[in-house]
Write a protein that binds this ligand. Structure first.
Ligand SMILES: O=C(O)CCC(=O)C(=O)O
Ligand SMILES: [Fe+2]
Length: 280
């Protein structure tokens, strides 16, 4: 499968990097990402590719790693030295699943998008981050997230800096992506504002009603985000390709176990790699 059979190149000419259309697209994306920590490109993926991805998900549903757990926004363990209302001590119930990256099919359209040099350059140009790398995490780099009825994915920050999402199948109701743009930075964990959002403040929260085929680019390590509860019988499937500034680092073992159902030797070997100083 070639990228032209996957991406809507007519509206998004990511293969024509010298064209005015490409430059205009980059300028627009950059503005949105700087202002909002997020941008959405409607109908980015062609419907025939979306169909293949949905079929891949459904063929591989038995491989889903389901987790039911309580977690804080950092996917870290409780710390009894902190006061009870510190966000690191606020645990919410999550139930959802992943088809991990190492379980994707060889010929997967999702792998093809992820491995495409055009895509990497397009995301790097859109974010204004150079160099930008694909992630080394063998489980989390490029998974499908699966949510059935009543599943909920509470407020959190990602271990990687940047995430794309491509909605494959939308829930009848609920399953909305909500985020608080640039809530923390490498300089400031901003625990007070994190606490406000966890307690239900909507002042800094935005909600997106993504449609199948849309491409979303967001800064998941800095913008706290969640997926609201799935209502109705249609499951929500979404592809989540990820990008990073450091090509070596992977998720912490605890984070990997909590989210992807297991930790591999690489997660322990690289556990002590210096990151950016933020909580996981
Ligand atoms: O499903 C989504 O839209 C986002 C999922 C997410 O935040 C994550 O997997 O870390
Ligand atoms: Fe996330």
């Amino acid at each position: 499968m070639e990228i032209k059979n996957i991406v809507n190149l007519k509206d998004y000419p990511i293969d024509q990097t010298g064209s005015k259309e490409y430059q205009d697209l980059i300028t627009k994306n950059r503005e949105l990402l700087d202002k909002d920590g997020c941008c959405v490109l409607p109908n980015f993926v062609l419907s025939e590719s979306l169909k293949r991805m949905k079929e891949e998900v459904e063929r591989n549903l038995p491989k889903t790693h389901w987790t039911k757990d309580h977690h804080n926004p950092y996917f870290s363990k409780d710390d009894e030295n902190l006061s009870k209302d510190h966000p690191k001590r606020v645990f919410s119930f999550r139930e959802s699943g992943y088809i991990n990256s190492d379980d994707l099919e060889e010929q997967s359209d999702l792998n093809k998008i992820y491995e495409s040099e055009e895509m990497l350059k397009f995301i790097s140009d859109s974010l204004g981050v150079f160099p930008l790398y694909r992630w080394s995490d063998p489980l989390g780099k490029n998974p499908y997230s699966i949510m059935h009825k009543d599943h909920y994915f509470p407020w959190h920050f990602d271990g990687n800096e940047f995430t794309l999402s491509i909605l494959i199948q939308k829930a009848e109701k609920g399953g909305l992506f909500e985020y608080s743009p640039d809530l923390r930075s490498v300089e400031n964990e901003n625990f007070d504002e994190v606490t406000k959002v966890l307690r239900g403040s909507r002042d800094k929260v935005k909600s997106l009603d993504l449609q199948p085929g849309d491409l979303q680019i967001f800064k998941g390590r800095f913008s706290m985000h969640r997926v609201t509860k799935i209502e109705g019988n249609t499951s929500r499937y979404i592809a989540l390709p990820t990008y990073v500034k450091d090509s070596y680092r992977v998720n912490k073992p605890e984070h990997s176990k909590q989210v992807y159902g297991k930790a591999l030797p690489i997660h322990y070997e690289r556990n002590n790699v210096e990151v950016d100083g933020l909580m996981d």
